[in-house]
Design a protein around this ligand. Structure first.
Ligand SMILES: [Zn+2]
Length: 278
């Protein structure tokens, strides 16, 4: 049995697969802010989805950057309790070397690129941006397969702008485009907002981030995931309008994620496959 864990800033999903293709079982729970409790919740979930059977390999996605060589969490903007801590703080050391730790948005990016909205062969280079509690993302190249875990949410889009709750810098994309920032800026949850004036303002912030991503990554497609992307139908045209005004580069297709909330765990299985069969 293989296990894929997607620990986001708000929700944690733990899934199992017998063949790294289909999901066998999945459970989800709110991410607990106490590390020891979170570790217990994860262990309990692993027992449930594996039917208490033997687990061959794990892929764990966390909301931040990691040092795989030294088995340490580096910077976790939305879960700073783990900054600088060993992987064993979250996953029991009895699992030894059979754990691969990756950024959570990277896992979702890999799934969307390989089997989701970016699946088509014409999209060789895929950029994925998750607009959730924070803003994460990654770039995936399909041939040959490689990916770049990055922190596009912490690119600065406004000099001396709003303080970013995730990292403490001023003017990060995340301080304008995350679900949490949406609520702070517009006093309404993105999920409940139908006001086009608000969405036009939101799109003008997001557009700056996307222009930067396009100018540096030159992707063939940009996929938007996370809870705010569920409203893509409302802001798609406003965003494109804004991008056309800012246009200097060719704007690639910008689409909503296809797999949705389970992209992260699927990405974990795809990464496991590549790690075990390099
Ligand atoms: Zn930031």
């Amino acid at each position: 049995m293989f296990i894929s864990i997607d620990m986001g800033g708000t929700t944690t999903r733990v899934a199992s697969s017998k063949n790294l293709g289909k999901l066998y079982k999945i459970v989800k729970f709110p991410t607990n802010r106490d590390v020891r409790t979170q570790k217990l919740f994860i262990e309990d979930a692993i027992l449930k989805v594996s039917d208490r059977g033997h687990v061959e390999y794990f892929c764990l996605g966390v909301p931040g950057t990691v040092d795989k060589d030294n088995k340490k969490f580096l910077r976790m903007p939305n879960y700073s309790q783990l900054n600088g801590k060993d992987f064993s703080e979250l996953v029991d050391s009895k699992f030894g070397d059979n754990v691969y730790v990756e950024n959570d948005a990277t896992m979702a990016a890999v799934a969307e690129a390989m089997m989701g909205a970016g699946e088509d062969d014409e999209f060789k280079s895929v950029a994925y941006l998750s607009l959730g509690t924070g803003v994460g993302g990654a770039r995936v190249e399909k041939e040959p397969f490689s990916y770049l875990s990055a922190e596009p949410g912490h690119q600065i889009i406004s000099a001396e702008g709003r303080i970013c709750k995730g990292c403490g810098q001023q003017g990060c994309l995340e301080a304008y485009a995350s679900g949490r920032s949406f609520k702070e800026l517009f006093k309404i949850n993105a999920e409940d907002c139908t006001d086009k004036t608000i969405w036009r303002q939101y799109s003008s912030y997001l557009a700056i981030g996307l222009i930067n991503i396009i100018s540096m990554w030159r992707p063939d497609i940009i996929i938007l995931g996370g809870s705010v992307a569920n409203k893509f139908g409302i802001f798609q045209s406003l965003l494109v309008e804004r991008l056309i005004v800012l246009d200097f580069f060719d704007i690639p297709p910008i689409v909503k994620s296809k797999i949705g909330d389970e992209a992260g765990v699927y990405g974990g299985f795809l990464i496991t496959e590549r790690v075990l069969n390099p």
